[in-house]
Design a protein. Structure first.
Length: 1002
């Protein structure tokens, strides 16, 4: 191993080593030496507690915040709030009781997060046995330090527990001196604390090293002349301490411990077997340790003579036939080793259970470094980048293995890997399901429908992540890829996505630390997207378009696994004490998976070419596209060759390909999800719960998002990057909006309902960044609703100048008084009594409402008209079906002349109105909203009354059933009727049309 490393001493390795030395020396000028002098000038090592010997309160908080849905960073902000005189520091000096502390601390947290924070539960977690456990690496270091005759001390800011004891969950016997802030009434960084500690140790500052995770505490120590080490990661800190002290602080074999009682194996039989295998006659005894990881297949460190080996075996007991297949692990590692993939060299497979109780295999032990924290604390940005690049390369290497040459063609099934995997994990999840998790249900439906079409087949590792790689201790070379238990043949992109999971988990995440709250640029770590791109580049494949699917699947798989662990913990067969806690994270993981399904939906928009016409003058030209279909276009250009650009498209068939696909998707979604949900939604509407959002609507909203059927109304000019919407032209949206109009519930499901649409546009155009963050984003995400409160009972509100409500400035606020009614969002009646609105909440500024109202007269104004066309179409369709089946006076109703006349009239009126809607939308697209005022007024005048007539005819044909809640007709009618004044009375639109007619055509 060493020889190979020396021979491979490439430029990168030299650069790495130089950076490493610079890193260590740069932090401790002059301190770089590695002697065995038993500590050099240092005689004592002083440790802080939280963050050095135990997990820091900050890290515990991050985990707890995730689990309790508390905004990340709340606890830490509250801990440092108030500085010296904040509740935390007072508590540390024992100036306040636990009860007072929790009360004050809880208030602070709630103020910071704007939600109630159960700080009691955080406090119990912080002080629980599960969390307050000393890092093994520190325990080892303390043992070694004392073995060399040096002193150790704890210098801790800590507090009294309610039982009257101080919080110090450490074995006091490990330390010569213990200094606790709550006992002394003094806290770090007060120099008195450090002096007290030195005094008790009987040491000079220059003879001591102090380890802490907080800058101010270290600064104070350094100020006294104590040598300091900043602890970001215990492992790295111990390495630094080793360098300073000049002797090793780690046990010879990292990540091992004495063999557990239940996992013991017969040493004699093993020794005999090894002697035969290796052909040796050792003098010393066989050494056996157990690795911490590898719980599924117990893994041992074996030393016999100068041979260091790793033994991996099946666990004892009855096993599922396909599980714990050490034979497969042996096979794949052997084949991959021959194919040049870095894996530990395998020596022998022993299927004879009589040797150690179960079959096992042996491999060479590779000393190296495992990075457990993906943020790679203690490394330089260039080193981190090199680690990630090396990981990427080695994955490419695995995925490039020639299956035939390696003899692995039959190592797994070929093709349809993801389809099979999705089904397997759905089955596993169902088998361990304990309650309904909405995101899991949606994923179970979504994943099979969005499987990637093309999949390559290669070796897949199945659990490829940073901490399954063994690195060279000083360079970025991957020495070995470990843990092949889940390997098979499959889609390699599943490995890449799985490899990026940590990017989306917070740093304090309980199962494995993540990167989602880290500044990757500063750290030098590639983003997940960059990592994917790097992979594609190395593999020479085109960029992956649907990698959100792969991410969704990876998180789904983890969620299903966690659910299994949780279920086992409930039935008492948990493999670890933390299993129960871990299992609760299923929901968290499934929500992350669903976020990716939604991102996959938004992906659609990115692919869509912009169709917003740029020309401002227009002429009309029409073209019959396919004989027999309603496909007409008008062009803004006189040449038919440019017909598709800026064209008025009369029927969906004429829409650009991408928009047509969206249209088709919308129709399918309506058929599959919306129409079948109508009876349930109607029930909710008349139930006592009607004032709270319907869970079914919320679920359908999530599904619509994941299909990219979301915020379709947002025009391209408002959302040029298509960040939130599809970037459709008004005319394109008119076709889609018509489909949504066929169900009263649909607009909200697609986040396209009034008055939110108008309000969102208004915020996009006039909101400040703070206002957008507070109100626009939740609206765009469908997590908030909004209203438009103008109408007042006491005055004729069709004339806005009648409005009596008042706004006046008072003490830095705007104070509102007024009485409103018919406010959509529940058509509520609202009393504003001395409502204080902070000044920064006003949009654009006082006196500028008219300007905003002008802006609001944008596309949102004709959405009702677009929907009314759809509503009329559905009424006519229902009517046609009904009159064909209903018989009166000896023949079906459809044979009655008056019914035929009604159908004809309805068809003609719908067509007329649709043409006018499309024209108004088209004119808005090509000449702008202001110039389209006449067309807008005309369609607002025409559409509601047309719809009222068409629906009325349908109700007539249905008889009494038409008025019942068995059909949507009565609700349609009420809606259309209301729009004859709710969106401005017909008369006002008529007056506007007449005024413009007289002005322009007199
Ligand atoms: C379902 C529904 C939802 C609504 N949502 C909202 C909302 O979210 N926010 C909000 O502020 N309001 C809302 N409204 C109220 C609606 O905007 C008002 O009802 C509308 O502006 C008319 O005002 P008004 O009721 O005070 O009628 P008035 O102003 O009293 O008018 C009554 C009638 O007088 C006649 N009239 C008025 N002006 C003229 C004219 N110039 N020439 C000839 N005749 C005229 C018309 O026939 C008119 O219908 C909603 C109403 C309904 C039914």
């Amino acid at each position: 191993m060493c020889l190979r490393q020396l021979l491979q001493s490439s430029q990168l390795q030299r650069a790495w080593r130089a950076a490493f030395l610079k890193h260590v020396q740069g932090r401790h000028p002059g301190a770089w030496r590695w002697t065995h002098s038993g500590g050099g000038p240092y005689r004592a090592v002083i440790f802080d507690m939280g963050g050095v010997l135990l997990p820091s309160p900050g890290r515990v908080a991050a985990e707890w915040e995730v689990q309790n849905h508390i905004p990340s960073g709340t606890i830490v902000k509250a801990l440092i709030s108030g500085g010296e005189n904040g509740p935390w520091m007072k508590f540390m000096r024992a100036e306040i009781t636990t009860e007072d502390f929790l009360q004050e601390f809880g208030r602070l947290c709630s103020e910071i997060s704007k939600t109630s924070v159960p700080v009691d539960s955080f406090f119990s977690l912080l002080t629980s046995e599960r969390v307050a456990k000393q890092f093994p690496v520190m325990t080892e270091a303390i043992t070694q330090i004392r073995a060399k005759g040096l002193q150790t001390a704890v210098l801790s800011n800590n507090f009294y527990l309610p039982n009257g004891k101080s919080f110090l969950p450490l074995d006091r016997k490990q330390f010569d001196v213990v200094v606790e802030s709550c006992l002394e009434g003094v806290c770090k960084p007060d120099p008195r604390m450090y002096k007290l500690c030195l005094e008790r140790l009987g040491r000079q500052p220059s003879e001591s090293i102090f380890l802490d995770d907080l800058g101010p505490n270290l600064k104070a120590a350094a100020g006294l002349g104590i040598h300091t080490i900043k602890v970001d990661d215990p492992e790295t800190a111990v390495k630094e301490l080793e360098t300073l002290l000049g002797f090793p602080l780690r046990m010879a074999v990292p990540n091992t411990r004495p063999v557990r009682k239940t996992m013991e194996i017969p040493k004699d039989a093993l020794e005999k077997y090894l002697k035969d295998l290796l052909g040796i006659q050792p003098t010393g005894p066989l050494e056996l340790l157990q690795f911490d990881h590898g719980q599924s297949n117990p893994t041992y460190y074996v030393k016999l003579a100068n041979h260091q080996l790793v033994l991996r075996k099946k666990p004892p007991g009855t096993l599922l036939p396909s599980a714990h297949a050490v034979e497969r692990e042996f096979r794949i590692m052997k084949a991959l080793g021959n194919a040049g993939v870095p894996v530990p060299k395998v020596l022998d497979l022993c299927e004879d259970s009589s040797v150690v109780g179960t079959p096992f295999y042996l491999m060479e032990y590779c000393p190296g470094r495992i990075y457990k924290d993906p943020s790679l604390p203690g490394l330089e940005p260039s080193q981190r980048r090199a680690i990630y690049t090396a990981m990427n390369r080695v994955l490419c290497k695995i995925h490039s293995v020639d299956l035939k040459a390696a003899g692995l063609e039959d190592y797994g099934k070929h093709g349809d890997y993801l389809a099979r995997q999705v089904q397997t994990w759905i089955k596993q999840y169902r088998a361990s399901e304990t309650s309904t998790i909405p995101a899991m249900e949606r994923l179970i439906e979504w994943l099979p429908l969005h499987l990637p079409r093309q999949q390559r087949t290669t070796v897949v590792h199945g659990d490829f992540r940073l901490d399954n790689l063994l690195f060279h201790p000083e360079t970025a070379e991957v020495l070995a890829v470990l843990d092949w238990e889940l390997s098979t043949l499959g889609d390699p992109l599943a490995d890449v996505a799985y490899n990026c999971l940590a990017h989306y988990l917070p740093s304090g995440f309980p199962i494995q630390p993540g990167l989602s709250d880290c500044d990757l640029t500063e750290l030098g770590i590639p983003t997940a997207e960059d990592y994917f791109r790097m992979y594609c580049l190395h593999m020479g494949i085109p960029p992956i378009e649907n990698w959100n699917f792969y991410m969704a699947f990876s998180f789904f798989r983890i969620a299903a696994i966690l659910q299994g662990v949780y279920k086992r913990s409930l039935t008492g067969q948990a493999s670890s004490a933390t299993a129960k806690q871990t299992g609760k994270l299923t929901e968290f993981m499934s929500n992350l998976a669903w976020d990716f399904a939604i991102k996959e939906g938004f992906q659609i928009f990115k692919e869509m070419p912009a169709t917003k016409p740029l020309m401002r003058s227009h002429h009309t030209w029409s073209l019959l596209r396919t004989p027999g279909t309603r496909s007409y276009v008008t062009s803004t250009d006189s040449s038919p060759a440019h017909a598709s650009k800026g064209a008025l498209i009369f029927s969906p068939e004429g829409l650009p390909h991408r928009v047509r696909e969206l249209y088709q998707k919308l129709k399918e979604f309506m058929e599959r999800h919306v129409y079948p949900a109508e009876p349930e939604l109607q029930r909710h509407q008349v139930s006592a719960e009607r004032w709270t959002p319907s869970p079914l609507v919320e679920d359908l909203k999530e599904k619509a998002k994941a299909e990219g059927l979301w915020n379709l109304f947002l025009p391209l000019e408002t959302d040029p990057e298509k960040k939130y919407g599809a970037g459709l032209t008004n005319m394109e949206y008119a076709h889609l909006c018509e489909v949504m109009g066929t169900s009263l519930y649909a607009p909200e499901i697609f986040n396209c309902s009034a008055p939110d649409t108008g309000n969102m546009e208004l915020l996009v155009r006039y909101g400040t960044e703070e206002q957008k963050a507070r109100w626009l984003i939740p609206l765009l995400e469908g997590k908030a609703r909004s209203c438009f409160a103008m109408t007042e009972p006491q005055v004729a509100s069709s004339d806005a100048t009648n409005i009596e409500s008042s706004i006046r400035e008072e003490d830095g606020f705007y104070v509102i008084n007024g009485h409103k009614w018919w406010i959509t969002g529940g058509h509520g009646e609202v009393l504003f009594e001395q409502v204080c609105v902070p000044k920064e909440n006003i949009i654009l500024g006082p006196g500028r409402g008219f300007e905003i109202a002008q802006g609001r007269l944008g596309p949102g104004r004709i959405h009702h008209c677009m929907r009314l066309i759809g509503c009329s179409e559905r009424a006519l369709a229902l009517m046609k079906a009904r009159v064909k089946s209903r018989v009166a006076f000896g023949k079906p109703l459809v044979e009655q002349g008056t019914v035929l006349a009604d159908i004809a009239l309805s068809r003609v009126e719908i067509e007329q109105a649709r043409l006018l809607v499309l024209k108004a939308a088209h004119v808005m697209d090509v000449v702008g909203n202001k110039a389209a005022a006449l067309d807008i007024a005309m369609i607002k005048m025409v559409a509601p009354s047309m719809a009222s007539r068409v629906i009325d005819r349908a109700i007539q044909a249905f008889g009494a059933a038409g008025l019942s809640s068995n059909y949507p007709l009565a609700q349609f009618f009420a809606g259309a009727r209301a729009l004859r004044f709710a969106d401005g009375p017909d008369e006002v639109h008529r007056a506007a049309v007449a005024k413009m007619e007289l002005k322009h055509h007199s």
